[in-house]
Design a protein around this ligand. Structure first.
Ligand SMILES: Nc1ncnc2c1ncn2[C@@H]1O[C@H](COP(=O)(O)OP(=O)(O)OP(=O)(O)O)[C@@H](O)[C@H]1O
Length: 281
């Protein structure tokens, strides 16, 4: 059974059709990448999956159940966790406090028990601390655990955002541009981390990113959106080499020169795919 199944999803804002008949699925333990030029409809798709937007037509199903009409909080309770393109954290709190806050949304004891204290409360609090610890460890964030979010550089913030969503114990993780603001080395490390998180927490992941090398490396399947429609889909390398995909990316930034090609790497078959701007195919 698919974890996520989107069928013929259409959403219009006045005269703009942001998504047109989009059909997409993510299987159990799959990492699905979504690429596409600016304005292609990627974030709108996430907003329809999470319930921030109601589609004009079409269906969103989660583990076989139609959730198209469900409000945001009910989808979150089902296990759909999402990061935002512009980091959404409590800036004046520390990283560890942010993780604890995210988990307190899920605690099983009632507020009065929390005030009075007691074995259930202490057990739950210990579980929260342990989970925070594990997440910080896995994301290599332990050294910033006691730092204020406001004092962190952007690349670290993006990881803290993932950590905060993981703290809510999602089953399906939607990541909106987790690699933005990262250099190639950081993005490679992030890719390794995502693969490990999937393993550790048994997650299915849908990830939007302009950093195409990151998407193609970690994804099992990739969709390329353009003008609200699925332009190409398939195995990462097939989508990366799809002529329409290259055209769509180049078409968005005609005035920008592609980066110079890297020195050929000695080996049986060097990759001759052109490098494109803003995320590089
Ligand atoms: N609430 C809204 N009201 C009106 N138009 C909207 C709204 N949300 C999205 N759009 C429009 O829908 C289209 C798709 O936008 P969206 O943000 O989903 O693209 P994107 O692929 O995520 O782009 P980017 O890579 O720049 O984030 C754009 O034309 C955008 O202006």
């Amino acid at each position: 059974m698919s974890v996520l199944e989107i069928s013929n999803l259409t959403i219009r804002f006045g005269g703009i059709t942001a998504l047109n008949e989009v059909t997409l699925r993510a299987g159990e333990w799959e990492i699905v990448g979504i690429i596409g030029p600016n304005g292609a409809g990627k974030t709108t798709l996430f907003n329809c999956i999470t319930g921030f937007y109601q589609p004009t037509a079409g269906r969103v199903a989660y583990r076989g159940t139609d959730i198209t009409g469900l409000p945001v909080h009910k989808r979150t309770a089902l296990g759909i966790g999402r990061t935002f393109q512009n980091v959404g954290l409590v800036k004046n709190a520390t990283v560890r406090e942010n993780l604890a806050t995210a988990q307190h949304l899920q605690v099983s004891y009632d507020p009065w028990a929390g005030i009075a204290g007691g074995p259930t409360t202490f057990g739950e609090e210990r579980r929260i601390r342990e989970r925070s610890h594990l997440i910080l460890e896995l994301l290599d964030l332990r050294h910033v655990g006691e730092e204020r979010v406001a004092d962190l550089p952007y690349g670290v913030l993006k990881k803290v955002e993932i950590a905060a969503v993981l703290a809510t114990d999602p089953d399906l993780l939607l990541l909106d541009e987790p690699g933005s603001g990262m250099g190639p080395e950081e993005a490679t490390a992030l890719g390794d981390t995502l693969l490990e998180l999937r393993q550790q927490f048994g997650l299915s992941i849908v990830m939007i990113d302009h950093h195409v090398p990151l998407v193609t490396r970690v994804s099992d399947y990739v969709y390329c959106l353009n003008f609200g429609e699925v332009l190409a889909e398939g195995k990462p390398d097939d989508v990366r080499r799809h002529p329409e995909v290259a055209r769509a990316y180049l078409g968005t930034e005609p005035e920008t020169e592609p980066e110079p090609a890297p020195e050929p790497v000695p080996g049986p078959e060097p990759d001759t795919t052109p490098t494109l701007v803003g995320g590089a195919l």
